[in-house]
Design a binder for this molecule. Structure first.
Ligand SMILES: C[S@@+](CC[C@H](N)C(=O)[O-])C[C@H]1O[C@@H](n2cnc3c(N)ncnc32)[C@H](O)[C@@H]1O
Length: 253
């Protein structure tokens, strides 16, 4: 039986090393690790004007910002903000009257994000250290929660969705991009913490993922789209099918 703290340690070790050394996040493939991957996931001119220090530390598996439909003045929370790419994109969209909080548990990643923030001279973004299973954020204070390739890494997904529900205002929205599966990993594969930290064996079946969101209280849980992720995460025989999916939901108002 894997301990929750063991997962957090393995994940933190991996992303701490990536923040310092700048290697890709998802194992031997090119997934999620460089500027070209940022341009793989984000369309059009969204990335224009972002420094290469930000696009080069894009570790996601999709674009949650576009499906979030952000409006001026909104308060946004990014779960597992990494180098900050989605926070900086969101900050532009919510404008000076809006505010974006990124939460990440890895100190070296927060240092990168804060260095990027200083370089860009952005005032409406704040990075906080914490676990997404116990968010350092007030109740009912957030309009929109985003997350990009992070919830699969969390050992207690039920707690993540419970916390997301707690901090959202009534009527608030969720827009996440994440690695999910069709079918489940065996207990043996789940116990492989290095694969877990590579965004693979911590992923759960999409049906269970959406069921956990509903169980936390969310309504209008919708799979916006889903595409195979087998070319971007390291797989092996005996594994379930792996997808990158984008999911939206609402906290009933
Ligand atoms: C795959 S990277 C994605 C980073 C960012 N969302 C992006 O798109 O570039 C995962 C990030 O989530 C953070 N993370 C993973 N599990 C976490 C947890 N349980 N609580 C807080 N942060 C976590 C890691 O430190 C890392 O920075």
């Amino acid at each position: 039986m894997i301990q929750l703290s063991e997962v957090h340690e393995a994940v933190q070790e991996r992303y701490g090393a990536i923040a310092v050394n700048g290697t890709s996040c998802c194992g031997p493939s090119d997934c999620c690790g460089d500027a070209s991957n940022a341009s793989l996931f984000y369309e059009g001119e969204l990335l224009d004007g972002l420094p290469v220090d930000v696009t080069g530390l894009s570790l996601g598996c999709g674009d949650p910002v576009t499906i979030a439909g952000l409006r001026k003045g909104e308060r946004v929370l990014d779960l597992g903000s990494g180098g900050g790419i989605d926070c900086f994109l969101a900050a532009r969209q919510v404008g000076a009257e809006g505010y974006v909080i990124g939460v990440d548990m890895t100190p070296a990643m927060l240092e990168k994000a804060n260095a990027n923030k200083a370089r860009m001279g952005v005032d409406n973004v704040e990075f906080r250290q914490g676990q997404i299973e116990a968010l350092p954020v007030e109740d009912n204070s957030i309009d929109v929660i985003m997350s990009n390739c992070v919830i699969n890494l969390a050992p207690d997904k039920r707690a993540v969705f419970r916390e997301a529900f707690r901090v959202l205002k009534p009527g608030g929205r969720v827009a996440v991009s994440d690695i999910v599966t069709e079918g489940e990993f065996s207990d043996e594969l789940r116990a492989d913490l290095s694969r877990w930290a590579e965004c693979v064996t911590g992923a759960i079946d999409l049906e269970l993922y959406t069921a956990l969101m509903r169980a936390a209280g969310f309504s209008e849980v919708t799979v916006a789209d889903k595409r195979t992720a087998e070319e971007i995460v390291p797989t092996q025989p005996g594994m379930p099918k792996i997808y990158s999916a984008r999911v939206t939901a609402v906290k009933p108002g």
